[in-house]
Design a protein around this ligand. Structure first.
Ligand code: NAD
Length: 332
């Protein structure tokens, strides 16, 4: 897929053709050859050694990784979370790090509301009940809860958190939030009230987490925080698994400190089949599909392609991560 008579540049795509479609790859063919290999696959390591650009999934990009990629000029993260990328190490080596903010916020917010509805109306259990037991007429499902009039606590009112808040309006759900920065414009737009993390956990019916995963948010929600929540409360996490102490969560769900949880992300992914979370009835689990819609994944691919094109043409890419804004990125 290389244009004729052009310089010898290579783009390694590690997120598969289903995420970075062939036609998007073709749009870069005037510039470079696009090679697909997923981490762990035969050929990935070798392709990395020759790559000028990487469209990256969740592989760990650190000093060791970069040492195997001497030509690399850009790590274009296919996603908005880049906790798997050591940005400092990339900056030292003159490698741009870009991400795909905004284009996926709506999809993750939709999934969040899907999980809230699934938990509050026992939809997974209800589906199983219809398939296996309804016709036997021997038992009935427990009632769910109304959303109207309930309070949702958003931890991290950023791009995704604010889309979750916007959707809350339609459900008649009050929003309170905690963040390291206050967002007066969103307080005004959505009637969102700023509170401490402790007050949020104590007051709300539903907690939804939308923070990134720098070291400061690792295990932000541990045993102490879970014990502050109401026994009727629901916990939703579509951010990163490590934001919650998963062992403490299992305990909280088993012992009834909270009523239920819905998770799209886990401490370890894929979550091992023998993990105790998988045996609990009061949890709903999805396999990290926050951004997994056709339209959103395509937009993410196009954003990655734009960033890669900019760097390979010698320009600054439009979506550098905040840590690289205003910094000179100079290859050695
Ligand atoms: P963002 O940077 O726009 O928003 C994050 C917000 O969290 C910011 O407002 C920030 O100030 C706040 N924050 C940071 N540290 C905090 C703390 N200690 N306490 C309270 N608030 C804090 O990011 P975004 O685009 O909204 O994405 C959020 C995260 O969602 C990503 O970093 C990623 O990890 C995750 N995500 C998951 C999926 C999925 O498939 N499940 C998809 C996309 C993003």
């Amino acid at each position: 897929m290389k244009g004729e008579g052009l310089i010898d540049l290579r783009i390694l795509v590690s997120v598969g053709e289903h995420n970075f479609p062939r036609d998007v790859a073709e749009s870069l063919s005037d510039l470079a050859e696009v090679i697909y290999h997923q981490p762990g696959e035969e050929g990935y390591r070798e392709a990395l050694g020759d790559a000028d650009a990487l469209v990256a999934g969740m592989e760990r990009v650190d000093e060791r990784f970069l040492a195997r990629a001497p030509r690399l000029r850009i790590v274009a993260r296919f996603g908005v979370g880049y906790d798997n990328v050591d940005v400092e190490a990339c900056t030292r080596r003159g490698v741009y790090v870009t991400y795909t903010p905004d284009v996926l916020s709506g999809a993750v917010a939709d999934l969040t509301w899907g999980l809230i509805l699934t938990l509050s109306r026992h939809l997974v259990r209800a589906d199983r009940f219809v398939r296996e037991r309804w016709a036997l007429r021997r038992e009935r499902l427990p009632f769910g809860i109304d959303l109207e009039g309930k309070t949702l606590g958003i931890i991290g009112l950023g791009r995704i958190g604010s889309e979750v808040a916007r959707r809350a309006q339609g459900f008649g759900v009050k929003v309170i939030y905690n963040d390291v920065v206050r967002r007066p414009e969103l307080e005004e737009a959505y009637g969102a009230e700023y509170v401490s993390l402790k007050e949020l956990l104590q007051r709300v019916d539903i907690v939804s987490i939308h923070v990134p995963l720098p070291p400061s948010t690792e295990r932000l929600i541990g045993e102490g925080e879970l014990r502050m929540m109401k026994p009727s409360a629901l916990l939703i996490n579509t951010s990163r698994g490590k934001v919650i102490d998963q062992k403490a969560l299992v305990k909280a769900l088993k012992e009834g400190w909270i009523a239920g949880a819905a998770l799209d992300v886990y401490e370890e992914e894929p979550i091992p089949l023998d993990d105790p979370l998988l045996r609990l009835e009061n949890v709903v689990l999805t396999p990290h599909i926050g951004s997994a819609t056709r339209e959103t994944r395509r937009r993410m691919a196009l954003v990655c392609a734009q960033n890669v094109r900019a760097v390979l043409e010698g320009r600054r890419p439009p979506n550098v991560v905040p840590e690289q804004i205003g910094k000179p990125i100079i290859p050695p």
